[in-house]
Design a protein around this ligand. Structure first.
Ligand SMILES: Nc1ncnc2c1ncn2[C@@H]1O[C@H](COP(=O)(O)OP(=O)(O)OP(=O)(O)O)[C@@H](O)[C@H]1O
Length: 627
């Protein structure tokens, strides 16, 4: 180590190479330095690096260089031997191989040189990124690279002086600054694990989590594997002194895991990039880490309790372990994908909502008969977003202000759920008023947190005041229908492992004459008969027949007895709307008349506005997904 040299010292060439982009061997050739740039050094130097050898050729193990050609190490070899006048053309010849354009300056323009000629060095410098003085030292060339030339060359340029030192005006203060800037290319930042009081540095935790998620860790030759919080989770963790590369906004960043007496992460960043990217890069690390944490954290289900338990807070929570996911919910695939991308867009839209002056929230209405999967879908959304679920039990809420109070106690990034809202709104006496609920949905209190998804469920939206589901209060309407033949096939595939069966045409026929059951009912039959798929399908067929028979019988008698969900369906008009002709129903019963199923999936993004006949459509129209 040289005591009066300020530059960072590396005890061996390999270590030096690992911390450099360009390696310039400037040593004499001895037994010790023969092939000093060997395979290990080239590997440490890595891809896209440069070796500028201004010493003897044998400093480099050229055989290895050929073997390492796949590393794309670029070699610009400048040999200081032979007649001095040949140096410039030798350098040019090699640079040409790299596709560089090579302007030059000389006392006179050389007639057999093709490169662009500049009549003075300043002009040449102004048109170059790299200046390579290759001239002999004379009175004329003494300090030829002076302050004016450096200024013309500009900030982010490089000088590779293969001539005598005095070609450059080293006394110039500006030059020294410039020299330092150019030769000491990198800035280093240390992120220690502990601060001076031995408290954990939160930035270290975040950077560590971020780095371990980078594909570079996975791709590297060596890394550690640790089990995670969940039994199946495996985490990749950086090894000591492992270097990981990252790219951000066009800049290359190097991270090293330094495990000396105290652990630290070292960031190496080009000086020229540091001002442009350091702050946004650290913000990017925060955002990515928060996303990782959000996915890792346990999702919890919160339920509100009676007012008397106020001292302990009004929300009680348990881990939310519902097994439903977007994959297990039986739903039209296009509609499901549409909802997934709607949710994904929502997550990315913070700036967009803020720019519009809107609260960053999205509201969904799930409506349809009982047992069609509304609650299951809520669980799937929570899993998909990794959001906690706050289920508001309106019957345990004392009044409008109590509802606001509970809302204030919910956290960001959560799913706010009210189930069976229609039933509550249609009840004779309620503690929370209609305006109280409307304000909850889009009033000033709904903006007390951010990144919220609100979900309301109803069996039917027929008998409720349309203002409660107007755009803004509800952005997306999703209809959950009773099962049709395509839904049946999905259930048969997931519950019985059947893609096709000889009884399928019979099932399709009975669906076509209007019989239907909820996915819950069909799923239950399949689960109980899962050991015999044929028996399961036969049981579904007879259940559909009896459903159809009782449906027609009820219509013929005008009575309302039957299954609970059918009563709700009738009440909401889902079937009553179709026809009231008893003869026709009889024909349906015996399969004489085969209607096409009316429960086909449809997605209508404008229907919310049409339905609500909003004279001033919202500037960000709500989605309406009816299936
Ligand atoms: N579309 C579906 N996809 C997957 N499973 C379903 C679906 N519909 C119903 N199920 C199954 O049926 C059962 C009842 O479903 P769920 O409680 O989600 O229905 P719901 O529409 O919320 O009913 P309710 O209106 O009575 O609350 C669940 O166990 C669920 O697994």
């Amino acid at each position: 180590m040289k005591p009066n040299v300020q530059y960072p010292y590396h005890k061996n060439v390999q270590d030096l190479a690992a911390n450099s982009d360009a390696l310039i061997p400037c040593c004499t050739l001895t037994d010790e330095t023969y092939h000093v740039v060997n395979k290990d050094v080239m590997t440490a130097l890595g891809k896209d690096s440069i070796i500028v050898n201004i010493g003897r050729g044998a400093l480099i193990d050229e055989k290895e260089l050929i073997i390492s050609a796949f590393y794309l190490i670029r070699l610009a070899k400048v040999k200081l031997y032979g007649k001095v006048f040949s140096i410039g053309s030798r350098v040019a010849k090699r640079l040409e191989a790299f596709g560089c354009s090579i302007p030059y300056n000389s006392r006179k323009m050389k007639p057999n040189v093709q490169y662009p000629y500049h009549k003075n060095v300043q002009d040449l410098a102004a048109n170059s990124d790299v200046l390579i003085p290759c001239c002999t030292l004379t009175n004329e060339t003494y300090h030829v690279v002076n302050e004016d030339v450096m200024t013309a060359l500009g900030k982010d340029s490089i000088i590779v002086n293969v001539g005598r030192g005095a070609l450059i005006d080293e006394k110039e203060l500006k030059w020294w600054r410039f020299f330092e800037e150019k030769c000491y290319l990198y800035q280093f930042y240390k992120v220690p694990k502990f601060n001076e009081y031995m408290q954990e540095n939160q930035l270290y935790r975040k950077v560590h989590g971020y780095l371990n998620s980078l594909p570079g860790v996975e791709d590297s030759d060596f890394t550690n594997l640790y089990s995670g919080n969940k039994s199946t989770e495996i985490n990749l963790v950086l090894d000591s002194n492992q270097v990981v590369l990252d790219d951000f906004l066009g800049a290359r960043l190097y991270w090293m895991n330094e495990e000396t007496s105290s652990k630290s992460l070292i960031l190496k960043i080009r000086k020229k990039d540091k001002r442009r990217i350091l702050v946004p890069y650290l913000q990017h690390i925060h955002t990515v880490f928060d996303g990782i944490e959000q996915k890792r954290k346990e999702v919890r289900l919160f339920v509100n309790v009676e007012t008397e338990l106020l001292r302990n807070g009004r929300w009680r929570s348990i881990p939310f372990t519902h097994p439903a996911t977007m994959d297990t919910v039986v739903m039209d695939t296009d509609l499901k994908n549409k909802i997934k991308s709607d949710l994904e867009n929502f997550l990315k839209s913070k700036q967009y909502y803020h720019r519009l002056g809107r609260v960053w929230k999205r509201s969904f209405l799930l409506y349809g008969p009982s047992g069609t999967g509304k609650s299951t879908f809520i669980a799937a959304i929570a899993k998909f977003l990794h959001y906690d679920v706050y289920e508001f039990d309106l019957n345990k809420i004392a009044g409008d202000s109590d509802l606001k109070f509970l809302m204030l106690q919910t956290s960001n990034k959560s799913l706010i759920v009210i189930e069976d809202l229609d039933r509550y709104l249609n009840a004779k006496s309620t503690t929370v008023s209609f305006p109280g609920i409307s304000n909850f949905m889009d009033g000033i209190f709904s903006c007390c947190g951010e990144e919220r998804v609100m979900v309301f469920t109803m069996n039917s939206k027929e008998n409720i005041d349309p203002t409660i589901i107007r755009p803004g209060r509800v952005d997306v309407h999703i209809h959950f229908p009773l099962c049709d033949f395509s839904g049946f096939k999905i259930l048969a595939s997931s519950h019985l492992g059947l893609k096709d069966h000889k009884l399928f045409p019979q099932v399709e026929e009975i669906f076509q004459i209007g019989a239907s059951l909820s996915p819950a009912e069909i799923g239950e039959i399949m689960i109980s008969n899962r050991t015999s798929p044929s028996r399961a399908i036969k049981t579904v067929i007879s259940a559909l027949h009896s459903n159809n028979a009782s449906r027609v019988a009820r219509r013929l008698c005008g009575s309302g007895s039957g299954r609970g969900s059918e009563e709700l369906d009738c009440k909401s008009g889902l079937f009553c709307r179709e026809n009231n002709n008893p003869m026709k129903e009889l024909k349906n019963l015996y399969g004489f008349l085969r209607n096409k199923s009316s429960r086909k999936t449809s997605i209508d993004f404008d229907a919310a506005e049409r339905e609500n006949q909003n004279p001033n459509p919202n500037p960000n129209p709500s989605a309406h997904a009816d299936c």
